[in-house]
Write a protein that binds this ligand. Structure first.
Ligand code: MLT
Length: 308
């Protein structure tokens, strides 16, 4: 009987699925944070199910003599050393679809939050101030949204934004003109998006090609008064350059769920006016967490039991 370790806080649905499929499962949701213990025990397991807290490093993999599969309940596999895994013959799988709606919804929520300064207005109202004239917002209707990356999540953001009567321009080298037409969005080059968008939202993975895609130089090409939303990955935007652009008033607001260094206990964006921050909550809904837990457990079980 294959043996699986769940080392992060995954919904118990995953544990039940492993059991129902006849897999021996240990559920230790805090073990991922203890890398020494993880290295000690990993040798017993055929499968490792994780979210983002467990770091599957070369060192962990070196002790993983029976490991056949690492399953990431979520999209990003940045926390797995994929080169080391592949050298060892360990398959790395993710669940690209389970949390895409939830993450897209978070980006839209962040766009509203920054357009109307909702977090600051809420904090001020809780503090007993009634600063009605301080929080003047902007409408989304009729504004241009620039979507960088129009894949699974970006595509849903495009759809929701069109429902909000926004004009959507998308930069994505993998987006065909036909698909852009079907989605009702205009496919543009990055410079055109930067020049035209009132709001910019990022939906690309962090790779060599996308690192710092909103660099100081590119932020300088944006329209004055732009608002920037990042619910994808830290490191896509130069946080120092963005902080400067916010201070100068060139950028009117930013909403960030992801940071270059996470957990983010400090960032040049913290404590600037009209910067909304959340702690990587993009996938944090009960629905998405059920979906990814279920999907990862089914996929890993299939692989361990049938090789498929
Ligand atoms: C993902 O990659 O699935 C999301 O960023 C959510 C997460 O990392 O928890």
């Amino acid at each position: 009987m294959p043996k699986v370790l769940v080392s992060d806080k995954l919904s118990e649905t995953a544990v039940q699925i492993f059991r129902d499929r006849g897999i021996d499962v240990d559920f230790e949701p805090n073990l991922g944070k203890d890398k020494d213990r993880l290295a000690e025990v990993i040798g017993q397991y055929d499968g490792l199910a994780i979210r983002s807290a467990t770091k599957v490093t070369e060192k962990i993999l070196a002790s993983a003599d029976n490991l056949k599969v690492v399953g990431r309940a979520g999209i990003g596999t940045d926390n797995v050393d994929k080169a080391a895994a592949s050298k060892k013959g360990v398959i790395v799988m993710n669940t690209p679809f389970g949390n895409m709606i939830t993450t897209a919804e978070h980006a839209i929520a962040m766009m509203f939050a920054v357009a109307r300064q909702i977090p600051e207005a809420s904090a001020s109202t809780h503090a007993g101030k009634w600063e009605k004239s301080k929080f003047m917002g902007v409408e989304l209707t009729g504004k241009t949204l620039g979507v960088i990356g129009a894949g699974n999540i970006g595509g849903i953001v495009c759809d929701r934004a069109r429902g909000l009567k926004m004009k959507v321009v998308a930069y994505d080298p993998f987006l065909s003109e036909e698909r852009a037409d079907k989605m009702g969005v205009e496919k543009v080059e990055l410079d055109a998006l930067l020049a035209r968008a009132d709001f910019i939202t990022l939906h690309v993975p962090f790779t060599d090609a996308t690192a710092n895609i909103l660099s100081a130089e590119n932020i300088a090409k944006t329209k004055k008064g732009v608002r920037i939303i990042n619910c994808a990955r830290g490191g896509l935007v130069d946080e120092d350059a963005l902080a400067e652009a916010l201070k100068s008033g060139h950028v009117a607001g930013a909403a960030f769920d992801v940071f270059k260094v996470e957990p983010a206990t400090d960032s040049p964006l913290f404590n600037l006016p009209n910067v909304v921050c959340t702690p990587h909550l993009g996938a944090a809904t009960t629905e998405a967490q059920e979906n990814v837990a279920l999907q990862v457990a089914e996929q890993m079980s299939n692989y361990l039991l049938t090789g498929a």
